[in-house]
Design a protein around this ligand. Structure first.
Ligand code: SAH
Ligand code: SF4
Ligand code: F3S
Length: 478
C-alpha cells in the first residue's frame, strides 16, 4: 500500500491504478441533471491517506458537491498526497504536469493539494506549483468547503494547521473504491515517535486516539451494510489509548480490538501498523482469543542491525525485535508476518546490511515493503547524519533484500500447498472471469474457481499451487 519505490514502481503503480478504477459507492455519484460542483479525488501513499480521502469525500458530499470518477468533468481536482520519500513527491509533481492540460481546457477548474506533501510544503507549494489553488493539510479537511469558496473568489487558499484533537470521529466516511467487503477504519491520527528518517510526525502532528465508541459504531454500521472486514488504522496502533471523559477509564488497543471483534463473529478484524517497541502480549492474547481477529501482524523492522536501529531512533534493538517475533509465533500460531525495511540508511556498512539479510533469514517474512533510504528535509537524520551511501549501493542492497524476500515469500507460500484456509471472497479475479479471489486469515491472496460464490461470503479453499505473490486453490466442503 505504500507507494514510490523505484524498483517496485510498476507494482505500486498497479495498486494505485486498481484503486482508481475500483467501484465507487454508487450513492455518491450524482444522478443526471445534477447542476452542482463535481469533485474528483486521487490518493497516494499509505492506507491512512486513502482513508482520509473518504473523510474528505464525505465532507464535500455533505456540502452538496458531487463525486466524479473522471477528472475531465470535475470542477475540483484533489490530490491527496504523500511525502514519505522523495519519489512520492515526484510522482505527485508529475501528475500535476499531466493536469495542466485539463486546466487549459477548463480554466475555472480548481486544483487542490491535500495530505502530507501539502502539510510539508505549506504555502511554498503555491509558489512552486502555479497550478495549485488550494493547499490543505491532514487536520484541516473540515475547512475544505471554505477553502474552495476562497479559491473560487480568486484568492489562493491555504490551511495547514495541525490539531491536537481532530480525529474526524463524527464523520461517516464515504466509501470510495469500495469492494463492499472490506473497509479501513481510522482509530488514531498523528505519531509521537521520532524515528529519525521519518517525515510523518511533521506532516501529521501529534498522536491522538479516536473515541472508541465511534470506532465501534462505524464498524457496526459497516457490518450492517454488508462489509465483512475492517482494518483498524494508525501509525502505531499499539499506543492507541482513549480516555472516556465520562468514566475516566482508559481503553487500550487490546481492549479496542476485543470491542470491535465483538461487533459480530462474521466481521473480520485486521490492524496496521504495529510498532515492535509497543506490541504487547495482551494484544497477542486478544488475537488468539478471537477467531475473527486475523492472525496477521505487520511489524516493520527497518533494519536488522542494532547500531542502525539506534541511529534510526526506533528504540528497540535486533534482540528485542526477534523476541517479539518469537512471542507472536508462540501466542498466535500460524500468524502471517510482514515488515518494512529501509536499506542504505546513513553510515550503514556492508556488515550492517548483512545483518538485515540475516534477520530476514531468521524471521522468514511472508511479505515485505522494501525501500532505500530517502532523506527528508527537517527530519532528525537530515539534520544530524550525512546521507552518505551512494545511490548505486542503495539500489544494489535493495535488490539483494528484494530477491531474498521473493525467495522467502515463495518458500512460505509453498508451505501452504495442501492446506485448507477460510477465505473471505472479495472480488472476481483479474485472471479469468470464472475465478474469484479473497484473503485468508494470514492476509494472503488466494485465487480459486468461483462456482457462483459472491463477494462477502466465506468459503474454504484448499491450496494446490503457489507463486511468491498468490496462492491458487479450489473450494472444498468441510
Ligand atoms: N508508522 C509505520 C510506518 C509509516 S511509513 C511504522 O512506524 O512502522 C511506512 C514505511 O516507509 C516505514 O515503515 C519505512 O520503512 C518507510 N520510510 C519511512 N521514511 C522513509 C524514508 N525517509 N526513506 C525510506 N523509507 C522510509
Ligand atoms: Fe514514522 Fe516512526 Fe511514526 Fe512510523 S513510528 S510514522 S516510522 S515516526
Ligand atoms: Fe505518506 Fe503521509 Fe502516509 S507521508 S505514508 S501519506 S502518513
Amino acid at each position: 500500500m505504500y507507494d514510490n519505490n523505484p524498483t517496485l514502481e510498476g507494482m505500486d503503480h498497479k495498486i494505485l491504478e486498481e484503486a482508481r478504477q475500483g467501484e465507487v459507492f454508487a450513492s455518491a455519484l450524482p444522478g443526471e441533471g445534477f447542476t452542482g460542483k463535481r469533485f474528483y479525488i486521487e490518493s497516494y501513499g499509505c492506507q491512512m491517506n486513502f482513508s482520509d480521502s473518504e473523510i474528505v469525500a464525505s465532507i464535500l458530499h455533505e456540502q452538496g458537491f458531487g463525486l466524479t470518477r473522471d477528472y475531465n468533468e470535475a470542477d475540483l481536482i484533489l490530490l491527496n498526497t504523500c511525502a514519505i520519500r522523495d519519489n512520492a513527491e515526484q510522482r505527485v509533481r508529475n501528475r500535476l504536469k499531466e493536469l495542466r492540460a485539463v486546466k487549459k481546457r477548463k480554466p475555472d477548474a480548481l486544483i487542490g493539494m491535500l495530505g502530507c506533501m501539502a502539510e510539508r510544503l505549506k504555502a511554498d507549494l503555491l509558489e512552486e506549483e502555479k497550478l495549485v489553488d488550494i493547499v490543505c493539510g491532514p487536520d484541516a479537511y473540515r475547512d475544505l468547503p471554505k477553502l474552495v469558496q476562497t479559491a473560487d473568489d480568486g484568492s489562493k487558499a491555504v490551511n495547514v494547521l495541525l490539531s491536537r484533537e481532530e480525529t474526524y470521529s463524527d464523520i461517516s466516511p464515504l466509501r470510495l473504491d469500495a469492494n463492499g467487503v472490506s473497509a479501513f477504519v481510522s482509530i488514531m491520527r498523528g505519531c509521537d515517535n521520532m524515528c529519525s528518517f521519518c517525515v510523518v510526525p511533521f506532516t501529521r502532528g501529534r498522536e491522538r486516539s479516536r473515541n472508541a465508541f465511534s470506532i465501534v459504531a462505524e464498524c457496526r454500521e459497516l457490518f450492517e451494510n454488508g462489509y465483512r472486514e475492517v482494518t483498524l488504522l494508525g501509525q502505531n496502533v499499539d499506543s492507541y489509548k482513549w480516555e472516556n471523559p465520562e468514566t475516566q477509564t482508559v481503553v487500550s488497543f487490546a481492549q479496542l480490538l476485543a470491542m470491535v471483534a465483538d461487533v459480530h463473529p462474521l466481521l473480520r478484524v485486521r490492524f496496521s501498523t504495529s510498532h515492535p517497541k509497543d506490541i504487547t502480549d495482551e494484544v497477542l492474547h486478544t488475537m488468539a482469543a478471537y477467531e475473527n481477529i486475523c492472525n496477521y501482524v505487520h511489524l516493520p523492522v527497518q533494519s536488522g542491525n542494532s547500531r542502525i536501529l539506534d541511529l534510526m531512533n526506533r528504540t528497540y534493538d535486533r534482540e528485542w525485535y526477534l523476541e517479539r517475533v518469537e512471542a507472536i509465533r508462540r501466542i498466535v500460531p500460524d500468524c502471517g508476518l510482514s515488515t518494512d525495511v529501509i536499506t542504505g540508511f546513513c553510515s550503514e556498512t556492508e556488515e550492517e546490511h548483512a545483518d538485515t539479510l540475516s534477520l530476514m533469514e531468521q524471521v522468514q517474512y511472508d511479505m515485505a515493503y522494501m525501500f532505500f533510504y530517502s532523506e527528508r528535509p527537517g527530519t532528525l537524520a537530515a539534520r544530524k547524519y550525512a546521507d552518505d551511501i551512494p545511490h548505486e549501493t542503495k539500489i544494489r542492497r535493495l535488490n539483494e533484500i528484494i530477491s531474498l524476500q521473493t525467495k522467502h515469500a515463495q518458500l512460505r507460500n509453498q508451505l501452504d500447498i495442501g492446506k485448507v484456509f477460510k477465505v473471505l471472497v472479495e472480488k472476481p479475479s483479474k485472471r479469468s472471469a470464472d475465478d474469484m479471489c479473497g484473503r485468508n486469515d494470514q492476509n494472503k491472496m488466494i485465487v480459486f474457481p468461483g462456482k457462483g460464490t459472491q463477494a462477502g461470503q466465506y468459503v474454504h479453499v484448499k491450496v494446490h499451487q503457489a507463486t511468491s505473490a498468490t496462492l491458487i486453490g479450489e473450494i472444498v466442503d468441510l
